[in-house]
Design a protein around this ligand. Sequence first.
Ligand SMILES: [Zn+2]
Length: 333
Amino acid sequence: MAKLRWLVGALVAIALGLILGHLQPAPVVAQNAAPNVAPAVAAPTLATAGLTLENLGNGAYALIADVDIPPPEGRAICNGGFVVGSEGVLVIDPFQTPALANLLFDTVQTVTDKPIRYVLNTHYHADHTGGNPAAVGRGIPIVGRGPIRELMNTRNRANDPNLRAPDLVINSDTEFWLGDRAVQVSRVEGHAAGTDLVAYVPSAKVLYAGDMVFHERIPFIGDGNIRQWQGSLYRLIATYPEAKVVPGHGSITDVKGLQSMQRYFSDLVNLALSWRAQNLTREQAIAQSSETPAPYKNYRFQALYATGVPGLPGNLETAYDQIARSAAIPLVP
Ligand SMILES: [Zn+2]
């Protein structure tokens, strides 16, 4: 079992590396560099990173990424955000490189002169945490949950030797106060191996949902647990029925975005149960169902639907292993 877990971890790290590997920060060269030195590589801008700044009111902001996979070089893969209070700022998910994190920090300073007090990682995946070293460089503490340090150091480090894991690890639901404004950080389960967090700003009714929500994108579930994820969505819908929702990937939504995720999982589970009823092998099941169903045809991240990108389990494969396989084959080989 431990070996299997290591293998899955290694596969995920390799695959995330394939997706993220070419996105290491580009060296920044002075604009007026003398001739015969390396050509100037400009620092990213919101436009080159494919990011749009959205003001959600009452101090809540989001940076929304316009991207598909594989991402063009320099594009942000996930969404980021920040919350401004009377005495400081909390930043959520500093993207996949320090250059993009610095862009996020500089964007904060275009709307407030308050200091950035914390950087929050909604989970350990490299597209949300690769920017952490930029926070360390500015002396800003990084907050994460549960086994995030171990998972970053074992699974992400091969592709990012300079990564910085959070130095503040929380293991309970926690309130961060920014002077007059609170951010409630809560644990959820299902996407990223015990490291998932969501952040809610009561005064703005804004929920930063991390990768619990992929809005109009095929979610990455190869490192997740479908049943736990379904349970967390149910709880988020019941707890935040009126919230604006900033997803980990995709445009800003609300409870409808949470419900769309619920439907996606419910369809996937029903599909896997139908494979089980037909006694299909994994290969037969995936061959029978490899075409994306109509409701999800226009979603981005199509590469994750059936068999995934090389080395990364696709969603049909994950559903087979977690739902269909469990009846016919013992869970422990
Ligand atoms: Zn993720």
